[in-house]
Design a protein around this ligand. Structure first.
Ligand SMILES: Cc1cc2nc3c(=O)[nH]c(=O)nc-3n(C[C@H](O)[C@H](O)[C@H](O)COP(=O)(O)OP(=O)(O)OC[C@H]3O[C@@H](n4cnc5c(N)ncnc54)[C@H](O)[C@@H]3O)c2cc1C
Length: 379
């Protein structure tokens, strides 16, 4: 393979664009609403560097690791813990590493472009924007291109982004300068869903977006809050929030999240993996606890030396808790949903039809029969 132009529907991590010496690779949203490379093939010098760092085109994981430590952890600062998704452990790591002179590369929400994007900073106040998960595929180019391979860096990202970054730093012989953090990853939903969801809220002049809120406690934190100039939108998964219904119902994830993710459970190229410590053991906790796995001595030392955190040894079963063991499965409605989102159909309509398609055959036939009978009676 000469370059990544032959690759279709990849992870969209953008590392190919960073490494390209001719800068002929751009990362753009495709029609399905996912970031993917676009290559100006005419000016390609066929150096193969883009393919060499591409996690998607390799069958293996860049860094075969073994577990060094398994923990539940949370920040001792009530404020930091509350403004993070689970226990606030990534923020504590970022804070401690910045004090040691590291640059931090994480993800913030861009309110003008309504997208998640990587950015790089060494300022304590600026890392706050990275707190909380943004359940979207991040645009990586600006953040990753600011990485200094001769300086010290902490990079947080999805397991596929981190796997490509691991390949890149191996190639540049700068692994010692990097700390890589990933998380248990459900998958990333389409930006067509996010655009449609924002339209559905009928909010204008949006000031702030939170994908997870602990307002009603961590156990009920799958809770979207969007603040606009005039109104506040609050919507919970348990009350049928449509973003979560589509995202966690796997109705419109990126194709490789179903077919090519090789990073479930303990498969990772990171030094440290985090996640929500979901499961029986902490099912009454409302402040939030992070699950933490360390895969390298470096990762283990960093976690062990965190001073402002509670860190507790755990078993593998408790750390994996109710995490996905396998890749997401496409529901029957998948094709319909992806196509309807592409055509900008209203989200409530797509949901109605998708729910019908997903009904077991018998119930679907029963539903169609009753609707027809009602139509005959009342029309
Ligand atoms: C798309 C996605 C799917 C996830 N799926 C699961 C899952 O199935 N199970 C689970 O336990 N946890 C999942 N997580 C992780 C989880 O939501 C928490 O981030 C994790 O528990 C760490 O919490 P925290 O309190 O330590 O840090 P947080 O305050 O959540 O910070 C986490 C870090 O993640 C980075 N980040 C935020 N959004 C993105 C993004 N879109 N892409 C890349 N990096 C990002 C930020 O830079 C931040 O430093 C997922 C996160 C994302 C973004």
């Amino acid at each position: 393979m000469k370059n990544v132009s032959d690759i279709k529907d990849c992870f969209g991590c953008g590392v190919c664009a960073i490494v390209c010496p001719k800068k002929i690779i751009d990362i753009k949203l495709n029609k399905e609403g996912f970031y993917a490379p676009v290559v100006d093939g005419q000016n390609c010098i066929e150096c193969g560097q883009c393919v060499a760092v591409c996690s998607y085109s390799s069958g293996t994981i860049a860094h075969q690791s073994s577990i060094k430590g398994l923990y539940s952890a949370y920040s001792l600062s009530a404020e930091n813990r509350k403004s993070s998704t689970s226990g606030g452990i990534v923020y504590e790591i970022a804070l401690s590493m910045i004090k040691k002179g590291y640059e931090f590369c994480g993800v913030r929400y861009n309110i003008e472009k309504h997208r998640a994007e990587h950015y790089t900073t060494h300022s304590e106040s600026e890392i706050k924007a990275s707190q909380k998960s943004k359940y979207l595929q991040s645009y990586t180019i600006d953040g990753f291109s600011q990485l200094d391979f001769h300086g010290k860096n902490v990079v947080v990202g999805t397991p596929c982004q981190i796997d490509s970054i691991r390949r890149l730093i191996k190639k540049r012989k700068s692994e010692d300068n990097f700390v890589l953090i990933d998380f248990f990853c459900h998958g990333v939903p389409s930006y067509n869903l996010w655009r449609s969801y924002l339209k559905h809220t009928q909010l204008y002049d949006i000031k702030n977006v939170q994908f997870r809120s602990k307002e009603d406690g961590w156990q009920e934190s799958t809770y979207i809050i969007i603040i606009s100039k005039l109104r506040i939108w609050k919507s919970k998964m348990i009350n049928g929030d449509l973003f979560y219904k589509f995202f966690l119902g796997n109705r419109c994830l990126n194709k490789p999240c179903y077919d090519d993710c090789k990073f479930k459970t303990i498969n990772s190229s990171a030094d440290i993996r985090v996640g929500d410590m979901w499961g029986k053991k902490y099912c009454t906790n409302q402040e939030g606890i992070s699950a933490v796995i360390t895969f390298t001595e470096k990762g283990e030392n960093i976690v062990r030396s965190l001073s402002n955190c509670s860190i507790r040894d755990e078993s593998i079963n408790d750390v994996l808790g109710i995490q996905m063991r396998k890749n997401a499965q496409r529901p029957l409605s998948y094709k319909f949903v992806i196509n309807s989102l592409k055509k900008n159909k209203p989200l409530t309509f797509i949901n109605f039809i998708a729910s019908l398609i997903e009904l077991p055959n018998k119930s679907r036939k029963k539903f169609i029969y009753i609707t027809k009978r009602l139509k005959q009676l009342f029309c």
